[in-house]
Design a protein around this ligand. Structure first.
Ligand SMILES: [Cu+2]
Length: 150
């Protein structure tokens, strides 16, 4: 009985180890004011790769067949909460994508870590079109402190 109980603990330890390689961590995206009419949920995962940061975001429950744009932002002054601080977007980190018919969005992009060194949050906006011009102040967001990542 003792060996059987040990197995799940070992499996957890192994998967935790896999998660740590490359310093990957999934951040949960929370709604911003422009996203309140949507039942969205999702995650964003920045992954360090040498001098670059590869960012992958998956969001569901957005408007179907709609363009969205995401970027990292520096901290703003409107709030101590990064997602409500209204900091400037870091344009080099812009990623544009379109939801499928079910409102599912997958984004991925690569940016030099030096460009986003001062990033304190990452958010997703509705875009006015494929060029990724933001059409609102943000639908979903998470605080991410890039300087704290290895
Ligand atoms: Cu933004």
């Amino acid at each position: 009985m003792k060996t059987i109980l040990m197995l799940p603990a070992l499996a957890v330890a192994l998967s935790a180890c896999t998660m740590m390689s490359g310093d990957m961590k999934a951040y949960t995206l929370n709604k911003q004011p422009a996203g309140m009419a949507l039942s969205s949920s999702g995650t964003v995962t920045p992954k360090m790769d040498g001098t670059m940061v590869m960012t992958t975001a998956k969001v569901m429950g957005l408007a179907p067949s709609t363009y969205y744009v995401a970027h990292y932002h520096v901290m703003g002054t409107k709030s101590a909460d990064p997602c409500a601080s209204e900091g400037a977007p870091i344009m080099a980190s812009k990623i544009v994508g379109q939801t499928d018919a079910a409102g599912m969005l997958s984004l991925s992009g690569s940016v030099a870590k030096s460009e986003i060194m001062n990033a304190k949050y990452f958010n997703v906006h509705t875009a006015s079109g494929p060029d990724g011009t933001p059409a609102d102040a943000g639908v979903t967001c998470t605080a991410i402190d890039i300087a704290m990542m290895k």
